[in-house]
Design a protein around this ligand. Structure first.
Ligand code: MRU
Length: 336
């Protein structure tokens, strides 16, 4: 991926590394229309909540460039914001850029560039807060960290959130090893997180998703670090499907479970997680693997892309501004 950004603007086009092809091939995609960007977002060529926020903001610039009529721009912006319904950063990025519409293309693009430029500092601050909290909870030692999906620089403009906190801990010499779940059905853990960890030179293993709760129960994990797609005002957190099972296992084992995200992932309009819309994706993500069928033809599928973890299973949600505390210890009803 050397030289190809997760998402950036270059001479009238949005440039992304096509994450569908990683880790085997690093190919740049140049997107010059809103249609092409919507396709890239729905196909997960660009993905991860903060990266979607940046892509959405740049997408409004594309819309203005194609047809500056405000009604047309607003219609295209709505298409972009709705392309993936759970990750609230997408609508947040679109809304931020749209607010500059009166200033024309230059003002909209400048706002999108600001969204991208702010991302690294915001993520690093949230990661530092999470790392401080984990050192406080676990003591100053090399941690065996488990992470789910991909919440590194491929999911943001830079650095990352959940995986970014792993890198922050590693900078402090506080990572012994990392366990990354493969993250079925699209393998963001096996393909993307493993790739980032290898690039960073950290000791890591991947495991099948169904192994992870048992490995937590066996005492092989000191803490769990994940990102988020939408966080309700009370801290309930939507993240990649499988996150809830990890939080349950961590709560029972008394292992810290920490969510790391920018404030732009917090949806203050929702008092709790019950109102979070969960994206459901195509059946063939589950019934086939790389185009090869793995289930009988016609098999019905339920394919939710995310789940919601209630705040009482989460040790803390760390953003650049605050730590929202949840459980302090093993959850009573779950304790052995
Ligand atoms: O479907 P994806 O790959 O976009 O899902 C991504 C996740 O669930 C991430 O954990 C989340 O967006 C946080 S990324 C910093």
């Amino acid at each position: 991926m050397a030289g190809i950004p997760t998402v950036a603007w270059d001479a009238g086009a949005i440039v992304v590394v096509d994450q569908r092809l990683l880790p085997h091939e690093a190919r740049a995609l140049r997107l010059t229309t809103v249609d092409a960007l919507v396709d890239a977002i729905t196909a997960l060529a660009v993905r991860g909540a903060p990266a979607l926020g940046v892509a959405g903001a740049y997408g409004v610039a594309l819309a203005v460039r194609t047809d500056p009529d405000p009604a047309s721009v607003r219609a295209q912006a709505e298409r972009l914001a709705a392309a993936r319904p759970t990750a609230v950063n997408l609508r947040w990025g679109v809304t931020r850029a749209l607010a500059r519409l009166a200033g024309g293309f230059a003002a909209v693009l400048a706002e999108a560039e600001a969204v991208r430029a702010e991302d690294e500092a915001v993520n690093r601050a949230a990661c530092a807060r999470a790392a401080d909290l984990l050192v406080e909870e676990c003591g100053p030692r090399g941690l065996r960290v488990l992470t789910h999906c991909n919440s590194g620089r491929l999911a943001t403009a830079s650095w990352g959130t959940g995986l970014g906190a792993v890198f922050t801990l590693a900078e402090r010499g506080a990572v012994e090893s990392v366990l990354a779940t493969e993250t079925r059905p699209l393998l963001q853990g096996a393909r993307l997180t493993a790739w980032e960890l290898a690039e960073a030179g950290l000791p890591y293993r991947i495991c099948v998703d169904s192994a992870a709760p048992a490995l937590i129960a066996r005492g092989l994990v000191d803490c769990v670090l994940v990102g988020a797609d939408r966080i309700a005002a009370n801290g309930d957190t939507a993240n990649k499907i499988g996150t809830y099972a990890l939080a349950l296992a961590a709560a029972r084992a008394g292992v810290p479970f920490v969510v790391v995200a920018p404030e732009s992932t917090v949806d203050e309009t929702l008092p709790d997680g019950t109102g979070i819309v969960i994206e459901e994706r195509a059946p063939d993500e589950v019934t086939a693997f790389h185009g090869v069928p793995t289930a009988p033809a016609g098999t019905a599928v339920y394919n939710p892309a995310f789940d919601v973890t209630p705040i009482d299973l989460i040790t803390a949600v760390c953003t650049e501004r605050r730590a929202l505390r949840g459980r302090e210890a093993p959850v009573a009803g779950l304790a052995r």
